[in-house]
Design a protein around this ligand. Sequence first.
Ligand code: AMP
Length: 407
Amino acid sequence: MSFQNLGLSETVLHGAQRMGYSEPTPIQLRAIPVILSGRDLIASAQTGTGKTAAFALPVLCKLDHPERKIRCLVLEPTRELAMQVETAFRDYMRFMHTEVTLIHGGVGYGKQKDDLSRKVDVVVATPGRLLDHMQQGAVDLSALEFLILDEVDRMLDMGFLPDVRRIVEQCPKTRQTLLFSATIPEEIGRLASWCLKDPEKIEIGAHRTPAETVNHALYPVAVAQKFELLLALLARTNFDSVLIFSRTKDGADRIARELKKNNHSVVALHSNRTQTERVEALEGFKAGRYEVMVATDIAARGIDIAGVSHVINYDVPQHPEDYVHRIGRTGRAQNVGDAFTIMTAEELPHIKDIERFIGQSVPRLKLDNFSYVYTAIFNEAEAAAALKSAKGVRTHKGMRFGSKRRK
Ligand code: AMP
């Protein structure tokens, strides 16, 4: 099945071809006809599956002639995703006169107000800032035809669902609504039954499974040697670009600082950085100015960074879904990627949760010629038992299983 047979307009097809797309991805094959038929849609698909084009291409076919009224609104959970989706719209629209604008927090209101008053056709926004503009009367949604709620599970995690509801309340009832979410827990199901009409449901792949093109492995180590192991992994890995995940913002800054001292070109991305810094970090990493980016989970969902050859989890993610999202940053669009997770004995319970979630065990690897000060962590039964009894006594730093002191 080719793009030509999906019923897309010539101009949109042309835009997709210019992007180098020759064949539709599975989500595109299934979603495009549904959207063109005018039906509401709930779709769950892994990120990296081509879901932006799955909604943008058919919607753009219906916005062929510019009217300078907001006819399509896309809500995204993070600024980075909003930027990425706006760029995708611009790319697909390159042979059209339709206009798109981007609305998100962290930057001034002036230009955004101007853009909104110019009456663009498509708005890609994060919920908080859009609501601000709406409350100031700067947004006219009366001509809205398409409402796209993207990465809704992430919006739920970030506490945005009440804002999303407030926005949906202001949208005309005659609109077509498309909802994309990796998982559909109860809250999202409730939102969907309130804001969608008789939706078609599409599920692509098992969203619990990491992409098949990712090789993933665990590297157990003592807490005190985590950074040393990270350096050793970087030194022995033939990488193009590495995305390192840290659980905390401070941790991300610390890792970035230490890597810099070790002569790596590195940048940090997290929500305490200014918008300008976030854009610079992402652009710099994409352009290859930095070989390493250290990020919190803000970068884990949906951000499309071509050519990330390796993902390293400096901390084990506490939510199993985040593991899938984080390692999904590599191996996108059928490229092969490697994902390493540095793991301490204390993190063993999280690993077990992840393995249950993804339905497979992740291989434990030992780095050759690395001077492990403590190797009992490779015996997990023993590690788990020791951790349990240690927890019963006290849990402060000195008792951390895996530190030299307990040897
Ligand atoms: P997404 O899941 O929307 O973030 O897309 C992931 C990546 O796949 C992006 O770099 C898209 O440009 C790319 N992509 C989307 N559709 C296709 C296609 N049909 N053929 C090749 N690449 C695609």
